[in-house]
Ligand binder design. Structure first.
Ligand code: GDP
Ligand code: GDP
Length: 455
């Protein structure tokens, strides 16, 4: 490495940074307008227009990576979530519920210029029940004169209020120190490491694609495991189901089985549920209604699973209803609308007739195997050497940036760090990803590639 112009610490640091396992999750909750989004932007160091959220618009992306004092974690931003549709209390309750299910610690934001409201009190009760560490952020303390307002928040009974101005940055450092103390090193959900622990599947898809029908089908035909398995903790919303001779944990099935039909906001709740299930799972089985056009909502769900770094299986349901013509158009739609997951194994099923149910497990196993693939450094560099020789990066400004060497820093999903002599263009990165997939498989898994450029 040294002769290539990188010093060894550089290389080790980059590998460690890229190879991290799952990160602990911090959720930011609170009433609308207390400054959650502003705070999240400060935590993740994003400076651009913050408060872009319009009522009625749910942002696709809720999770960001952040770093403080050398520790990395995920931040869940609930600030952009729906407020009008459900009413404030329901919206805040949903945030808290999400936080409880997915987070390792919670930052509870209160507007100290307003003081404690009934809604704040209600959130505190929810958080208490959740038994997760909570850091209390007394926001909008823009100057010394606001400190007294912050002190008043001791009355919430959840410990020290940290006076913060998310807008100006005042006090955020001290608060983040407290967050790091509250946050475990690794998430409570350990990924596939528990010996004999069932693998976790999230069965997701937009409303009415057939999730509940599929779950019933597999749970009825195969034996539903009612007994606790030794050594496994079981969430009441998770279900253990034996399929193909193996026990799987279907996470968050309460959201599937529960037929709550809210007049409004049902989609909103569905998307929260989906996000929570994806966070808890290793593999997402994404159900798509093959009888209807692939929609933006389908794509959003796919993106959610990919961005979360989960293994992915695509199941096209209601196959029993397809005629020749629909089948033709479906294939075209898959090519154009779901190109981002062209690598995912696919099954064409019918929850109604049971068609191809037996193909589900092999597809899941394939995706999990891809997700866990590790390429030895020697093989990777032999491959990179040949690739770079045969297809050099285009010359830019009289210089030719070159990939010098690389290593796989982690799995679940596979993460690579490549070291280069200059800036590597996006198109070339995509090319490398494509060739990596051709060479090593990675069926059913997203892969991450980060590039370090020699100074
Ligand atoms: P959210 O709905 O909880 O995500 O709140 P936003 O982050 O959208 O902030 C709501 C409003 O409060 C915006 O106008 C922000 O500029 C403002 N705000 C947020 N943090 C602070 C702060 O620390 N001090 C002051 N004075 N205003 C703030
Ligand atoms: P969920 O909202 O995703 O849980 O969807 P449901 O399981 O409630 O299914 C929605 C509707 O689609 C119901 O009327 C089901 O009977 C129907 N359905 C589900 N799977 C199939 C299938 O494979 N074929 C057909 N023809 N209908 C299905």
């Amino acid at each position: 490495a040294a002769e290539e112009g990188f010093d060894i610490e550089d290389v080790e640091g980059a590998i460690e940074a890229a190879g991290h396992g799952p990160l602990p999750v911090l959720a930011v909750v609170g009433r609308p307008n207390v400054g959650k989004s502003t705070l999240v932007n400060r935590i993740i160091g994003r400076r651009e227009a913050v408060v872009e959220d319009k009522p009625g618009v749910t942002r696709d992306r809720v999770t960001y990576e952040a770093e403080w004092a050398g520790r990395r974690f995920k931040v869940v931003d609930t600030g952009g979530w729906e407020q009008d549709v459900l009413g404030i209390d329901a919206s805040v309750a949903a945030q808290a519920e999400y936080a409880i299910e997915t987070a390792d610690a919670v930052v509870f934001v209160v507007d100290s210029t307003v003081g404690v409201t009934d809604t704040d009190e209600a959130v505190v009760r929810l958080l208490r029940k959740a038994n997760k560490p909570v850091v209390l952020c007394a926001n909008k303390v823009d100057g010394l004169s606001g400190e007294a307002d912050a002190t008043a928040l001791w009355s919430l009974g959840i410990g020290e209020p940290h006076p913060v101005s998310s807008l100006h940055g005042r006090g955020t450092g001290d608060m983040l120190d407290a967050v790091l103390e509250a946050l475990p090193e690794a998430p409570a959900q350990t990924f596939g490491t528990a010996i004999g622990g069932p693998r976790r599947i999230a069965l997701i898809g937009r409303p009415n694609v057939g999730k509940s029908s599929l779950l019933n089908k597999v749970a009825n035909e195969e034996r539903v495991v009612v007994n606790e398995l030794a050594g496994t903790t079981r969430d009441p919303v998770d279900e253990l189901i034996e399929l193909g001779g193996v026990i799987w944990k279907f996470v968050d099935t309460a959201g599937i089985r529960k037929r709550v039909h809210l007049q409004q906001g049902a989609d909103y709740y569905a998307s929260l549920r989906t996000a929570a299930a994806v966070e808890k799972a290793e593999v997402a089985v994404i159900l798509i209604d093959a009888s209807e056009s692939i929609s933006v909502q389908d794509q959003r769900i796919v993106t959610m699973a990919v961005e979360a770094g989960r293994a992915v299986v695509l199941a096209y349901n209601k196959w029993d209803t397809l005629d020749e013509e629909r089948r033709y158009y479906l294939e075209r739609e898959i090519e154009t609308e779901l190109a981002q997951v062209a690598w995912a194994p696919r099954v064409n099923v019918s929850a109604r007739t049971g068609r191809h149910m037996e193909k589900l497990v092999p597809a899941i196993e394939t995706a999990l195997a891809g997700w866990e693939t590790r390429v030895p450094t020697g093989r990777l560099n032999a491959f990179l050497g040949e690739l770079v020789a045969a297809h050099p990066h285009p010359v830019r400004g009289g210089k030719q940036p070159r990939i010098l060497f690389g290593t796989q820093a982690g799995t679940k999903p596979p993460r690579f760090v490549l070291f280069a002599s200059g800036f590597i263009e996006h198109g070339y990165r995509r090319f490398i990803e494509r060739r990596l997939r051709e060479e090593f498989g990675f069926e059913g898994t997203p892969i991450h590639i980060s590039v370090r450029v020699r100074e």
